[in-house]
Design a protein around this ligand. Structure first.
Ligand SMILES: [Zn+2]
Ligand SMILES: [Zn+2]
Length: 228
């Protein structure tokens, strides 16, 4: 069984936070300075930030596999913390962790029911947020006028401002929706340890194991929900 490598967890986290840094600090706070004094497109830097933000978790999915069931990804942390595979519930072994960690047998773990309504809301916000961001990006790349000479530039100036504003607002709305989704995921927290999460796209009747304490998390069945 091959343990997961801490090195890749650290690279993924570093890329992710570097992306956030670029997006917030450079793209939003210093955007005017960048465009006026250095002639660098703040939108481009912001997009690069978003790209890096997404690249981190993607890299982790590509490099980490559960040694028991082969599930990709898993809890991501800078130093060793005992963590469980969400699909098979076994402890994930890392190359910087103990060779053998104790674990409670799966059928003796606590089981917790979560409300499906919150999961639906989080999922809807996530999709809407990503759609707004994608629309912002598309509006900017497809509709932005590309003036060839100075005269065309001055004719297109108002259009380009309008396009840029539309793209920026759509992008910000998307960011807002994603933040709202992030805040609401606390409703999907594991009730035992308050650290692990159930995922909003978890299917009915499917059990996922909390990544931090190994408890079984599942959503109440639709029919049961109506009865309560
Ligand atoms: Zn597994
Ligand atoms: Zn837990």
């Amino acid at each position: 069984m091959k343990p997961l490598k801490r090195k890749w967890a650290q690279v993924s986290l570093a890329l992710h936070y570097l992306g956030w840094g670029l997006f917030v600090v450079v793209g939003l706070i210093f955007s005017d300075l960048l465009e006026r004094d250095f002639n660098i497109s703040s939108f481009g830097v912001g997009m690069l930030g978003v790209g890096l933000m997404l690249l981190g978790p993607v890299l982790w999915r590509l490099t980490a596999r559960c040694p028991h069931c082969g599930k990709r990804g898993g809890p991501l942390s800078w130093v060793y913390k005992k963590s469980y595979c969400s699909r098979c519930g076994h402890v994930l072994s890392f190359d910087d962790g103990p060779v053998h960690e104790e674990e409670t047998p799966l059928n003796q773990r606590p089981r917790y029911r979560l409300k499906r309504g919150w999961a639906r809301l989080v999922l809807a916000l996530l999709i809407a947020g990503l759609a707004c961001m994608a629309i912002g990006g598309l509006v900017f790349t497809l509709l932005m006028p590309q003036p060839q000479n100075e005269e065309e530039f001055w004719n297109a100036v108002e259009t380009s401002w309008a396009v840029r504003d539309a793209a920026a607002y759509s992008f910000l709305a998307g960011t807002g929706l994603l933040i709202a989704a992030g805040v609401l995921t606390r409703r999907l927290k594991c009730p035992v340890c308050c650290q692990g999460f159930a995922v909003p796209w978890q299917r009915r009747g499917e059990t996922r194991w909390c990544g931090r304490c190994g408890a079984a998390l599942f959503f109440e069945d639709e029919l049961e929900y109506e009865k309560i």
